[in-house]
Design a protein around this ligand. Structure first.
Ligand SMILES: [Cu+2]
Length: 498
């Protein structure tokens, strides 16, 4: 008895230490696992996109709730001219009218405003943005929360079994039965070991916080391509978008205006997208490079408008333009379809009335020129058809290098190109004039504010044909797009072998 009593006493003292240790371990395990809602959903669903809504240029950041329902913050950042006033926002199911609309200021330039919208479930939604005359419907997908991963269950069950066994082991009735106490202690140890092992071997990406508005970089900087199609939920959403066939047909672009466009007068250009295979409305566009549709409108005066029309209905987009000259305009839409559709460029043309325009003066060739208060020095190396050519633009202001270019659409700079038409010169209304778009994907500069670029932007391009080409280099500074037109004469090269 004495010996047994001594044994029980030792066991009891050791048991208290064991209990304390296990309680600490279990506590650490339970506290160390974040709340289920914070990490069980992949933190996707951040959509950034540019909207040219009426006379406004807005950069939107939409953050879908990772839980599949709840708060849906939308950050509106005014760019370009930012006339005073406000826009109203709402989140609705596709095609529905606005309810609980929230007004946010749409000025001044560069000042973001957040509207806290809400969604009540996963699936297809539209963020409505209304400037009083045009109602944009931005399609987004709110992903359903993913199921609980196995390792989380292992943590929960292990910790639960461990704590329960511990409590049982130290209860007065069990303490009088050493073998049972030891057995329960062993069970507790196994439970906690399972929980600790599960945490240690969990995928590192699983334990992350959901995105917040503050953590999302501004739209001008590198952003990746979070599109509404890319954020499609793994699990079946509660509501699916309207069934639109995804085909391998190309997109047919039709441009119309309510009245004949006139030089110098703002006009709303309506764009309808249909599929060449079956004529169906094309409404499966994914956000790419921060827009659903990148539209280049090039006039007979060789002015380029690079704008981002707003979606007003399935397959229908609208953008306001103020043509500068009469004549035929080339309209080029770049888009990316979800599924197998891939990246596509569709083109059409519009005629603008007015006095007959003077012959377009060619823009300067490579060399230095003044653009919006900056000196821009353009060099074009080895412009020979069929060979890689490098186009570099270097920016300076008052003799100092410019290192605060903001980037735009997720990259440092853009180069748009128009090749020669049948008459020899670039002609936006001539289908023989090829259109191209090249990106500068270079890293941010270390010489300027965080996330900015400069003083140099560079592009690699291979001109397929010789002849006169019109180039436009585009960068963003002070929330405005700076466009640098350049004329380049491409020399004939050797014909590439088939
Ligand atoms: Cu664009």
């Amino acid at each position: 008895m004495r010996c047994r009593g001594y044994g029980v006493g030792v066991l009891a003292r050791q048991g208290h230490r064991l209990v304390a240790l296990l309680v600490l371990l279990a506590g650490a395990v339970v506290l160390g696992v974040p709340a289920a809602g914070a990490h069980e959903s992949t933190p996707t669903g951040v959509t950034r996109l540019e909207l040219d809504l009426g006379s406004r240029a807005l950069a939107l950041t939409i953050i879908a709730p990772p839980e599949g329902a709840g708060r849906l913050p939308v950050v509106v950042l005014p760019r370009a001219d930012a006339p005073p006033g406000e826009v109203t926002l709402a989140a609705v199911r596709p095609g529905a009218a606005a309810v609980d609309a929230v007004a946010v200021p749409a000025a001044p330039v560069g000042q973001p405003h957040e509207a806290a919208l809400a969604v009540d479930g996963p699936g297809a939604w539209e963020v409505l943005v209304d400037d009083g005359s045009t109602l944009a419907r931005v399609p987004i997908t709110v992903a359903a929360p993913a199921g609980t991963p196995g390792w989380v269950w292992a943590v929960r069950v292990g910790a639960l079994v461990g704590v329960a066994a511990l409590i049982a082991a130290v209860s007065p009735g069990v303490r009088r039965r050493p073998r049972l106490a030891i057995g329960l202690g062993a069970v507790a140890l196994v439970g906690v070991t399972v929980a600790v092992t599960a945490v240690a071997t969990a995928p590192s990406t699983a334990i992350t916080a959901a995105p917040t508005a503050a953590a999302v970089p501004p739209i001008g900087g590198p952003s990746g391509h979070a599109g509404h199609a890319g954020a499609a939920p793994a699990a079946a959403p509660a509501a699916t978008p309207a069934a639109v066939p995804t085909t391998t047909g190309s997109v047919v672009l039709t441009a119309t205006t309510a009245s004949t466009p006139a030089a110098g007068t703002p006009v709303d250009l309506q764009l309808d997208l249909t599929d060449s295979a079956g004529g169906a409305v094309v409404d499966d566009l994914a956000v790419h490079d921060d827009a659903l549709v990148h539209l280049a409108v090039i006039g007979p005066d060789r002015r380029l408008d690079h704008v981002h029309p707003v979606r007003v209905a399935p397959g229908r987009y609208v953008v306001r333009l103020t043509p500068g000259a009469a004549g035929r305009y080339g309209v080029f839409a770049e888009m990316e379809r979800a599924g197998d559709g891939g990246h596509q460029v569709a083109r059409t043309a519009i005629d603008v009335g007015g006095p007959a325009p003077a012959a377009a003066a060619p823009s300067p060739g490579p060399g230095a020129r003044q653009v919006e208060g900056m000196q821009v020095d353009v060099t074009v190396s080895d412009a020979v058809a069929g060979r890689p050519t490098r186009v570099v633009a270097r920016f300076a202001e008052n003799g100092r290098q410019v290192t605060d270019l903001q980037g735009w659409l997720g990259m440092a700079a853009h180069l748009m190109l128009l090749g020669p038409g049948v008459a020899g010169a670039p002609d936006p209304g001539d289908p023989a004039s090829a259109f191209g778009h090249v990106h500068d994907m270079g890293p941010a500069t270390t010489a300027g504010p965080a996330g900015t670029y400069g003083p140099e932007v560079a592009f690699d391009h291979t001109f397929p044909r010789p002849g006169r080409h019109q180039l436009w280099v585009q960068v963003q500074r002070d929330w405005r797009i700076v466009t640098v037109p350049v004329t380049v004469d491409v020399a004939p090269g050797t014909t590439p072998s088939p």
